[in-house]
Ligand binder design. Structure first.
Ligand SMILES: [Zn+2]
Length: 446
């Protein structure tokens, strides 16, 4: 299995820290608004990554945080005339609901900054003691010149970063590229610290959360490509200073989502919200849309892409559900080896194991749909072979986080279908048409 490591800029063989286990951390949202489709890409992608590892038999621990302290939350609270906690709790609730609607497996934990303050303060103390951070007048800054490897992730040299850093009015920093670990403030939520009252800066929380839960280096740290610099660069610098390692063995970054060729931005007003889109379409089509483009490439959202994803999902759903019915009719029984199914399984795994190429994996799923259609039309295919295909097809869909919703038939439904078949056999087309309509109305495949 190969993954593209943004840190080394190459495809590398995946070797977990602990055999048959995968530890993953993905930077979560700042909770001051609903989730837009750009934010949902890492959510759907890394959920699929976690599912694939589980499918391969790994035990996966996947953590993603909620940033519930931020200037944007303070601004939102002010504009709404409510407390910051009300803002963050409201959006945490909404975002959790969005995760659920997108059919994401629950994360092992969603730590919040407000619940991590003592650990963050201890961590900043450690950085100060190690000589990588310094206090000025109640603020604490990280000294980027203390980190030899600063710039390693975003491929920038310290020299360029320093000369290119925006020269702010802030005279307190030794160096314009230094970043705040602790900010002196009495505005909004603030806490006591050895440096006076204040709150932590954004870049520290993830390092602390990763270390609190995993107690050491993890396998995968992920997030959107926009987080590479400065957020992830700063995480690496702090971790290296504190623990002598770069947090994760593999850094994975997904590409951004544009809207009809333009950058999505709230100020331009061209933002698509996940919940709004899920009013118009199914989560299954949504996931197909997200996974139809390899994760490192930018995804340019257009309505036509959604139409295509809906059509693809409809093909998948019909094929899977029809095969399901055929297997159900045949009753319980054995599985038989099936060369064509085996080939699809190899293709699917090879695609996913090639740096999570979900676009090629989707092709394998569509091939499975075709094969299912072929089998259900061919009276010569044994139930044993159909069972094998159904099982493998179902596994593909599970990895993609897609459920078709097909359920075993109730006695009443079985009776309805039996009567339909009888009417057709007896060439009573009036009755068979009426029964057929009734069957389709219930969403059953024939
Ligand atoms: Zn982070």
């Amino acid at each position: 299995m190969r993954v593209y490591n943004s840190l080394t800029k190459q495809l590398e063989e995946f070797r977990p820290v602990k055999e048959k286990e995968v530890s993953m951390y993905v930077c979560g949202p700042t909770v001051y608004d609903r989730m837009h489709i750009g934010n949902s890409r890492p959510v759907v992608f890394f959920d699929t990554v976690a599912r694939f590892f589980r499918y391969l038999g790994y035990q996966v621990t996947f953590i993603s945080n909620f940033t519930d302290i931020d200037d944007k939350i303070i601004a939102r609270a002010k504009s709404l005339g409510v407390s910051e906690t009300e803002v963050s709790e409201r959006y945490i609730k909404e975002i959790r609901e969005t995760y659920r609607k997108l059919n994401c497996l629950p994360h092992a934990h969603n730590p919040k900054v407000t619940e991590t303050i003592p650990e963050i303060i201890d961590f900043i103390k450690l950085l100060v003691n190690k000589g990588c951070a310094y206090e000025v007048d109640g603020d604490v800054y990280f000294d980027v010149t203390s980190a030899d490897s600063y710039g390693v992730l975003s491929s920038q040299t310290l020299e360029n970063l320093i000369s290119g850093a925006r020269v702010e009015e802030n005279e307190k920093k030794r160096n314009p590229a230094d970043f705040a670990l602790w900010k002196k403030t009495e505005e909004g939520l603030n806490w006591d610290s050895p440096w006076g009252r204040g709150r932590p800066g954004w870049h520290t929380e993830c390092v602390v959360m990763v270390n609190s839960f995993f107690k050491g280096k993890i396998d995968i740290h992920g997030g959107g490509t926009d987080l590479k610099f400065p957020h992830h660069e700063n995480e690496i610098a702090q971790s290296f200073c504190a623990y002598g390692h770069m947090i994760a063995n593999y850094w994975l970054h997904n590409g951004r989502i544009d809207l009809s060729g333009e950058k999505m931005s709230k100020s331009l007003g061209n933002v698509v919200w996940v919940d709004d889109l899920l009013e118009k379409t199914s989560y299954q089509a949504y996931r197909v849309l997200m996974l139809n483009v390899p994760y490192r490439q930018p995804l340019n959202y257009k309505d036509e892409l959604l139409t295509q994803a809906e059509a693809d999902y409809e093909k998948i759903r019909r094929a899977y559900n029809t095969l399901y019915r055929r297997v159900e009719e045949a009753g319980e029984g054995a599985f038989a080896e099936d060369v064509e199914t085996e080939k699809l399984k190899e293709d699917f795994i090879a695609a996913m194991a090639d740096d999570f190429n979900t676009a090629n994996a989707l092709t394998a799923i569509l091939q499975a749909s075709k094969l299912a259609n072929k089998y259900t039309r061919d009276a010569g295919i044994s139930p044993e072979r159909m069972r094998t295909l159904l099982k493998v097809f179902g596994e593909f869909l599970w990895v993609f986080g897609i459920e078709t919703g097909v359920q075993p038939l109730t006695e009443e439904e079985k009776d309805l279908i039996a009567r339909y078949r009888q009417a057709r056999k007896a060439k009573d087309f009036g009755l068979s048409d009426a029964l057929r309509e009734e069957i389709l109305k219930r969403g059953l495949e024939l």
